[in-house]
Design a protein around this ligand. Structure first.
Ligand code: GLP
Length: 239
């Protein structure tokens, strides 16, 4: 596991963008799983700028998202799919891209989970999974207690997670579709981003204590190729 220490949020966003951009430029990845949330926002802004200024043929890259609130369709302004479209895909010419975004409003959610997995398999698996981390250790929406071998599934959100959902969501989602920990562990490379002192205790528990299903991110300890890009505040409890 390698750790890239950044001075602050802005530095983290820039370095994460550089990391993903280099992977794409050097043809090391052709399929990428993408997170949402506050942490990666600046990375998307930098990365979109880098891709636009390059001659890279982005149409050869497949993208999937990690998770979505149950009940929200892709065009719902509060959906993760919409957020990704707005922050990233629309900036790099999404129409030409191979993108699969989870549909939280699918009639048959089990089928939606299966189709996400099938799409990933057809893309040849995930080369690079970019992740954030919840303060309770969740990766994507794999909440504490989730077995490490799960595939894409429906997750009951933890209270700590629903408490953080803004009250502008009406009703507040209580479930999500999420890539499983098993699916994430099969990615060839994992990049985990973290920023802010709020994440410091969970980064310590996830990567400096023995793995436990109660800290989902700790599953990454068994992965052969993990890079953590985090700022000083998020790493302040880590050696
Ligand atoms: C979200 C997502 C995760 C994300 C995490 C951290 O709700 N499901 O994929 O990594 O929680 O979010 P943030 O970056 O806003 O701290």
């Amino acid at each position: 596991m390698s750790v890239i220490r950044c001075s602050d949020y802005s530095d983290m966003g820039r370095r994460a963008a550089d990391y993903v951009f280099d992977m794409i430029r050097c043809n090391r990845v052709s399929s990428v799983a993408l997170p949402t949330g506050k942490t990666p926002r600046l990375m998307y802004a930098f990365l979109a700028g880098q891709l636009r200024c390059s001659e890279i043929d982005i149409t050869r890259i497949s993208f999937v998202n990690l998770d979505e609130y149950v009940g929200l369709a892709n065009d719902h302004p509060q959906s993760f799919a919409y957020e990704l479209q707005k922050q990233f895909f629309s900036k790099i010419g999404m129409k030409q891209l191979a993108v699969r975004l989870l549909n939280g409003a699918a009639q048959d959610l089990s089928l939606e989970c299966r189709q996400h997995e099938e799409w990933i398999a057809r893309a040849g698996g995930i080369d690079l999974a970019v992740l954030g981390i919840g303060s309770n250790g969740h990766i994507a929406f794999n909440e504490p207690g989730t077995p490490f071998n799960t595939r894409t599934h429906i997750s009951d959100l933890a209270v700590a997670t629903t408490d953080r959902i803004p009250s502008s969501y009406a009703p507040k989602p209580s479930r999500a579709i999420t890539l499983g920990i098993g699916t994430i562990l099969e990615a060839r490379m994992v990049l985990l981003m973290a920023s802010g002192e709020e994440k410091a205790p969970i980064i310590r528990r996830a990567f400096h204590e023995p793995p436990s299903v109660f800290v989902p991110a700790s599953a990454l300890q068994s992965h052969p190729c993990v890079t953590i890009i985090a700022d000083r505040s998020a790493l302040r409890e880590s050696r």
